[in-house]
Design a protein around this ligand. Structure first.
Ligand SMILES: [Fe+2]
Ligand SMILES: [Fe+2]
Length: 131
């Protein structure tokens, strides 16, 4: 996994890695001669992975009383909403142009920007959670 996706909390990094792998699979499916069905299945898998990942992240935020939990949660909701639309579009043969880029962009923003700020908070306030 790209170093920049590494926030330093092991459980969350492992999940980020798995998410990144599914996004690569999505890219591959979009680039090939695949039918809509595999793309839809990948989107469903990605959605479920993210739903789980976000709930774990948000639980840790609650536990450590992270002050920006509302903003971060709202960013997660936006991503899930967008993915939900894409899941529908992929079933209805809707326009998926630019989908891979938009999904990757949103997730990169969440992991590289928001998750890093959160990880920094955990690092400075809760050393014991890091191991
Ligand atoms: Fe994350
Ligand atoms: Fe996040």
């Amino acid at each position: 996994m790209d170093e920049k996706y590494c926030i330093g909390i092991q459980e969350l990094d492992t999940q980020h890695e798995e998410i990144d792998q599914v996004i690569t699979t999505l890219f591959d499916a979009l680039g090939g001669e695949e039918s809509r069905e595999p793309v839809h299945s990948i989107l469903v898998r990605l959605y479920e992975l993210l739903r789980f990942h976000f709930s774990v992240e948000e639980s840790v935020m609650e536990i450590v009383s992270y002050p920006f939990v509302l903003e971060h949660r709202s960013a997660h909701r936006t991503i899930l909403q967008r993915l939900d639309e894409l899941k529908d579009a992929s079933l209805k043969n809707g326009d998926l142009d630019g989908m891979d880029k938009s999904v990757r962009k949103m997730l990169a923003l969440d992991i590289v920007k928001h998750d890093r700020v959160f990880a920094e908070f955990v690092r400075t306030h809760c050393e014991s959670l890091m191991h």
